[in-house]
Design a protein around this ligand. Sequence first.
Ligand code: HMG
Ligand code: MG
Length: 288
Amino acid sequence: MTSIRITEVGPRDGLQNEPRRIPTAAKVEFINRLSATGVCEIEVTSFVSERWVPQLGDAAEVLGSIHRRPGTIYSALVPNEQGLDRALETKLDKIAVFISATEGFSQRNTNGSISEVLARITPVITRARAANLIVRGYISCVIRCPFDGAVQPEQVRTLCAQLIDLGVHEVDLGDTIGSADPEAISRLYDGISSTIAPGATTLHLHDTQGRAIACAMRAIDIGVRSFDASVGGLGGCPYAPGAPGNVATEEFAQTLAARGFETGVDAHALAEAGRWMRQQLAGHSAAS
Ligand code: HMG
Ligand code: MG
């Protein structure tokens, strides 16, 4: 049976866009529920500036309170050395640096040009590796940018090569605003495969048009074996107008199981965890 790796990004990508403060205890409970689903990796939070993403200002407290399931990888986003200093005070297996394929999103999301962000993350990657952390390198807007429009695969290929040179262990390709269709996925991988094999990438699909699962299935045909997803389809990026949640983990897991792929996750428990978090968000809205 072919195995597909799923990283649950709900606690980070799913919650970062929520306007009202979610209690730390609810985040911890959410992550503990996700750990029990058998998902192999959870992106827990971000060590970004609290001014930019107030929702995740409690990153250290969350990481200090969760129950870790042996074998699960726990990770967090890190934008700069200041974020890494904070991350290194906590218990993490992996960090994720992030960069955009386009200048427009780079400025809006990280207040810097692509080359400035490359310079910023260079010492982060070196120091994280020295601390024995696994390093993921996200590239956002691999299909389309909300500010700069269509993106050519060549732009993405160049950044893949730069991230690999800098020492990331994994390249994660983000369709930040969910504009891909299966043909765009084929074009993307045709354009980058001279630099990175599909099987060495993770695909991060947002589900604006309801095409994320079709895109993922095309990617699997091409050789991709690792995907990000968010239970209940929670989320979106505060700096990408119109970005919806990621592909829903439970729906994706069910589709994969029906097509004979192995994921190791309990889709029912995932759906329960997603429902539980949605109830917390609804209760929270009603109470605020
Ligand atoms: P900046 O304002 O240029 O930073 O932001 P700065 O270095 O000038 O510092 C300004 C203030 O922020 C200072 O505080 C710093 O201490 C503080 P002050 O002295 O004024 O009180 N600061 C920090 N505080 C805590 N932790 C830090 C940190 N860094 C600075 N790490 C920066 C630059 C990159 C920090 C900012 O733009 C930022 O945090 N951006 C992150 C935005 C974000 O999290 N976006 C969502 C995640 S990316 C995403 O969703 C896409 C993805 O899902 C893939 C996809 O879908 O494509 C991954
Ligand atoms: Mg995202």
